[in-house]
Design a protein around this ligand. Sequence first.
Ligand SMILES: Nc1ncnc2c1ncn2[C@@H]1O[C@H](COP(=O)(O)OP(=O)(O)OP(=O)(O)O)[C@@H](O)[C@H]1O
Length: 248
Amino acid sequence: MIEINKVAKSFASKKGTIEAVKSVSLTARDGQITGLLGPNGAGKTTTMRLLYGLLKPSRGSVRVDGVDIQEDKIGVRRRLGVLPDTRGLYPRLTARENVAYFAELNGLRPSDYEPELERLIDSLDMADFIDRRCEGFSQGQRTKTAIARSVIHRPQNIVLDEPTNGLDVMTTRGLRRFLLNCKAEGRCVVLSTHIMQEVAALCDHVVVIAKGEVMAQGSPESLKEQAQRDSLEDAFVHLIGSEEGLML
Ligand SMILES: Nc1ncnc2c1ncn2[C@@H]1O[C@H](COP(=O)(O)OP(=O)(O)OP(=O)(O)O)[C@@H](O)[C@H]1O
C-alpha cells in the first residue's frame, strides 16, 4: 500500500518558482490499480518521482507499506518496482542481461530470479528479443524490458509512469493483462496516464490531477456521479475544467 500525504514540490527557475505539485494526497491499496490521470504538465511525473524517492518533497510525506520513504529509502525501494519516465536501459547489454543485472543489484542469485524471468518473458511476450542487445530496440521492446527489470524482484508495489506511451494495440493489451494479473496477485499498482481508455480499462481508483492539485478521486463510476456526467470523458473534462492535453 502506498500513502501520499499532502506532498508538494516546487522548482526554482529564472522566471520564478514553478509549483509542479501544490498538494497531492492519495492512498493506493493492495489488490487495486490506481491511476493518476491529468493533462500534460499536471504534475503526474513529479508526483511519481516523489513517490519513489527520486525527488524530496518540499512538504508532505510518502509511506510504502507503512515505511516512510525519508526514514528508510532503501527499505522502501525494496518494496517498490518502478518504471520511470526515462526507461534508461544499458544499450550494450541484452534485454536478459539488463534484467539480470537489476536482479543481482537487488541481492538475488540466478537460481532466485531465473524462474521469475522466464515467467516475465512469457507474460510480456519477450521471447523474440530477450537475447538481443537493447541498442536499436523499438519503443515497445524497450518498455517491456524496463518493466521486466522493474518487477524482477517481485515487489509488492509497482509504480509505472505512462506505461503504454507509444505502444501498439497488441503490446498495450498484453501489458494490461500483465497489470491485471499483478492486481489479482494482491499487489498494489500505481500508474500515471493521460489516456482515458487506460483508466476505464484498468483502474479501480482514479486520482484526477490538474495544475499540481487533486481535483477529484474515486472509482470511475463515482467520478461520473461526482461530475454528474454519463461518460467518463465528460466527467474528466468537467472535473479538470478543460479538454486541453487529454487523449480521449
Ligand atoms: N526539474 C524541473 N525543473 C523545473 N520545472 C519542472 C521540473 N520538473 C517538472 N517541472 C514542471 O512542473 C510541471 C509539472 O510537470 P510534470 O512532468 O510533473 O507533469 P506531467 O503531468 O507528468 O506532464 P506530462 O503528461 O506532459 O508528462 C510542468 O510545468 C513542468 O515544466
